[in-house]
Design a protein around this ligand. Sequence first.
Ligand code: C2O
Ligand code: CU
Length: 490
Amino acid sequence: GIATLAGCATDGAGTGQALPSTAPVPPAFKVPLPIPQVARTVRRDDTTDYYEVVQKVARVEILPGSRTTIWGYDGTFPGPTFRARAGRKVVVTVRNELPVPTSTHLHGGVTPPDSDGFPTDLVVPAGYPVHTRHAGMAMKPSDYTIHDRTRDYVYPMTQRAATLWYHDHRMDFSAPQVWRGLAGAFLVGDNDEDRLGLPTGDKDIPLLICDRSFDAHGEFRYPELDSTLTNPGVTDDYMSGVFGDVILVNGAPWPVLDVANTRYRFRLINGSNARRYQLTGLPLTQIGSDGGLLAAPVRLDAVTLAPGERYDVVVDFSGYPVGTELTWTNALGDGRTRDVLRFRVARAERDASSPVPATLGSVPVLRREDAVATRQFDFRLQGGRWTINGQPYDPSGSLAAPKLDTVELWRFTSDFHHPVHVHLAQFQVLSRTGRKPEESDGGWKDTVDIRPYGVVEVLVRFAGYKGRYMLHCHNLEHEDMAMMANFDVV
Ligand code: C2O
Ligand code: CU
C-alpha cells in the first residue's frame, strides 16, 4: 500500500508492479499493427452525421492463437475510429448490450453537459440494478440519470481539428471497463488542417497504446477492487493503479508496421489505466497536442505520454533505406514493457504529403494577466483515499464555478504522479514547479501530468457551454477511487 506508493513516487517512472501475465505471450514485433475500422455513418443530412454503436461482449484474437473476451464498441478493441469534421454535428446512438451500465465520454470534446458522459449518467442494460454505493458512500437512485438500453450522444463539433478519444466513464468502474476494451480514437478534421498537406489516408494512423495482463486462458487479468471500493481506508497494492506486462498498440501486442519511406502522421493516445510511456528511438516532429495543432512544429527525440494525453506527431522515414527497422522503446518500462512498436521500412514510394510547414495552427498565447480568478486543486492520498482538496468525489457537489468565456489560472499540486484532466475546457501550461513549461507542454491541452510533489499552473479557457463538468485524475484507478471533482460553468 503506502510503502509501494512512496517507492513509486520517487522512481520517476510512476509505474507500480505490473500484474504478471500467466498466458504465453508472443515475441515482440511479430504481430502486424491493426488499424481500427473507421466508423461509418448510418445517415447524413445537411448539418449532421449519424452513427450507431453497439457496446457488446466479443471474443477477439489479441494473443496469437487464443481468444480474449472483450467489452467493445461494436465488439472491437479499440473501438472504431471516428473521423468527424469541425462544423458538422455528430450524433452517436449507443446501445448497451453489455452486462453492466456504461457512460461514454468524448475526451477533449466541447460537448454540452448532458452528452459529456457524466459518471452517473448511465446507459443501463435491461434489468440491471444500479449500484448504490460509491467509494463506500451510499448513493440514492436519484443520484443517477438512467437511459434504458440506448441513448444519443450529441457532439456539436464546434471545435478545431484535434485528436480526441472516447472511453467509458462509469462511476467507480471506468478502470475495469476501459481495461476490458471500451476505448477508441475520435479524430476531428478541418479546412485549416487540410491546407497544410500533412500525411493523410493510410499515412495518418491513430496509435492507441495501453498495457494489459492475460491469464492462463488468454483472458484479461484485472485485480478485484471491491475491497477498496466498499471499504475506504483499505489500501492495497493497486492503489497506485493497475499495470499490465503486455504492451498493446491498437489492441495488438508489441506490433510491427510496414511503412513506405515517406512521412507518416501518428496520433499517439495513451489509453492505459495507469502506465506512462516515454517513447524513444525515433526522432519525431510534434505537430499537435490534446487540443489540436501547435503554432509551430517541435522536434523531439522522445515523447512522454501520461494516461489520457495525446501527441500528434509526424515521423519521416525518407532518410532510411528500405529494410531498416526502427523501434519505439518505452524508456520508463522495464523488461518487456520497454518494447512498444516497430516500424519496418518496407518499400520506396513517392511522398504525396508536404514537408511539415513552419507554421501550423493559430494558437493564441494566454498570459497570467488574462486570468480572472485563481484556484488551487490539490491531488493527494488522504485518509486512505485519493482526494482533490481533501475531498473524495461527491457527485452532487461542486468545487468551482468559472464563468463562461473567461480564463482562470488553475494550480494543480500533488503527492504522486497524477495526470489531471479537465472536461470541456482546454488549457495552456504556464509553469511547472516554478519553472517554465517543458518543450512538450505546448499548445492547447486537456490533460497534464503532475509529477510527484509537482506544482503545475495552467490557464484554462472556459468556452462552449454552461453546466456541470468535471476534473479528475486520469489514472483510472485513482479516478474510480474518487479522485474526481465537479465544477459548474456559469
Ligand atoms: Cu478521458 Cu473524464 O476522461
Ligand atoms: Cu492520480
